[in-house]
Design a binder for this molecule. Structure first.
Ligand code: NAD
Length: 415
């Protein structure tokens, strides 16, 4: 089997998950270069993947100035660094495994698709849920036809309050000018809804706003940072001191050198970094709750809610069909038939839930398919090639447009 050579661009959280595949299947894939401006991450990644020192780069511009040195790139840079590097990679002759979102505007998304088509390159988009065993079973049951025709869908993306404050209030995805949350968080859900129903979206409407995480709701006695003697820190459900220092959770975007005591690094972040800020005093403007109604082809209707205020993070999906219904919360999948002759079915996926299992193996499955697609020059090996992934992005941009239109009519400051 020919080994596929990969250059890793953006050696953060996602890249580390995908790259683990190379350590387990070295005969299939080798990471030959890394591009990462953060020296700690670059060096840790270089050592882990055994990359030679002269194949390490600070920026994607430096990397693409060099002659082609791999078959494909994994592009896992922040959202605002997908468009330009993706176009450069295509021009330079690389296939791409591209993190979602494809880009930050519809025009940019279409441009990348057109360029890939023109040059005959393979681009996979990391809608990894299509590779998750739970959603695969969901799809398989719907496709079997036993439930009859899909009539309507209720889907909830329960973000989970810790993820909400970490990523969408204090963290990397807090600004709407970078991406509305319906794109950065829910493009996975929109992709699932298209995939599970097997239908494109005809029309949408939406409401939602940033209702809670703003200075007007800051309790008396609270301070700019949780660590600065905040009078309400002990009882605050969003305390950074509690989440990061006492519980040592959500440290994935903290730079803690391997093997070192994390506490001094956490304390420094709490004193100086974005993750130490009071949730009511950040520069965030993405929504904290949003509802969407959609009309899909064939008169199928969808209700979708994206909810920041839930204790756990999970997706709850209920699909009503002509012969029965299917409901799941990512741990259990229940199928109920209307006809009394058919007993209910329950499938248990609890073994796949949790934060640290590479999305139930999906992270590796998408890499395996991408490697095969590159080796065989066949994009159809991928469940989520770029053309398939375009629909969820089209929906996200339109939903955000409608939300702003609707909320603007209610109160300009809510937009
Ligand atoms: N598919 C999924 O389930 C999923 C989940 C989370 C995030 N994401 C997406 O993956 C991407 C990366 O997210 P992450 O959580 O790994 O973030 P991250 O911050 O951990 O990783 C991004 C890395 O890119 C590096 N970088 C910044 N500028 C760069 C440049 N000019 N050249 C090269 N590298 C540069 C950063 O230093 C960082 O190490 C984002 O687009 C995000 O939306 C996808």
């Amino acid at each position: 089997m020919t080994k596929v050579r990969i250059a890793a661009i953006g050696a953060g959280n996602r890249m580390n998950a995908y790259s683990e595949y190379a350590l387990h299947y070295p005969e299939e894939m080798e990471i030959v270069a890394v591009v990462e401006p953060n020296p700690i991450r670059r060096e840790q990644y270089r050592r882990r993947l055994n990359i030679s020192e002269d194949c390490c780069y600070n920026s994607w511009e430096d990397f693409f100035r060099m002659p082609k040195q791999a078959d494909a790139v994994f592009l896992c840079t922040p959202d605002d660094l997908h468009y330009q590097p993706a176009l450069c990679a295509l021009e330079k002759g690389y296939d791409i495994l591209l993190e979602k979102p494809i880009a930050q505007s519809w025009r940019e998304c279409v441009e990348i698709v057109a360029k890939a088509k023109e040059l005959g390159r393979i681009v996979g988009v990391c809608h990894i849920l299509r590779y998750h065993p739970y959603f695969i079973k969901f799809k398989e049951i719907l496709e079997s036809g036993r439930l009859g025709e899909i009539i309507s869908v209720n889907h909830v993306e329960a973000v989970g309050i810790d993820r909400m404050t970490h990523a969408f209030v204090r963290g990397l995805w807090r600004k709407r000018e970078a991406n509305p949350m319906i794109l950065s968080k829910a493009c996975h859900d929109l992709d699932l809804l298209v995939w599970l129903t097997g239908r494109k979206c005809m029309d949408v409407s939406s409401y939602g706003s940033l209702k809670w995480f703003s200075e007007t709701n800051a309790p008396q006695g609270s301070t700019e940072r949780c660590i600065e003697g905040c009078a309400v820190e002990k009882e605050c459900p969003y305390s950074a001191l509690n989440l990061y220092f006492r519980q040592k959770r959500w440290l994935r975007h903290f730079d803690i050198p391997e093997g070192e005591n994390p506490e001094p690094y956490i304390l420094r972040e709490l004193k100086e970094g974005p993750y130490g800020r009071c949730v009511y005093r950040c520069d965030n403007d993405v929504v904290d709750h949003q509802v969407v109604s959609m009309l899909m082809e064939g008169q199928v209707t969808v209700n979708f809610s994206m909810e920041g205020f839930t204790k756990k993070g999970e997706r709850r999906t209920h699909i009503m069909c002509s012969n029965g219904e299917i409901y799941g919360d990512e741990k259990t999948l229940t199928v109920k038939y209307f006809h009394p002759a058919y007993p209910d079915e329950t499938y248990d996926f609890s073994a796949y839930s949790g934060e640290c299992n590479f999305h139930g193996g999906a992270d590796w499955s998408i890499v395996a398919d991408f490697i095969k697609a590159v080796r065989e020059h066949d994009a159809s090996c991928l469940r989520t090639n770029i053309e398939t992934s375009l629909e969820s992005h089209r929906m996200a941009f339109e939903i955000e447009r409608k939300r702003r239109l609707n909320m603007g009519a209610v109160d300009e400051t809510f937009i």
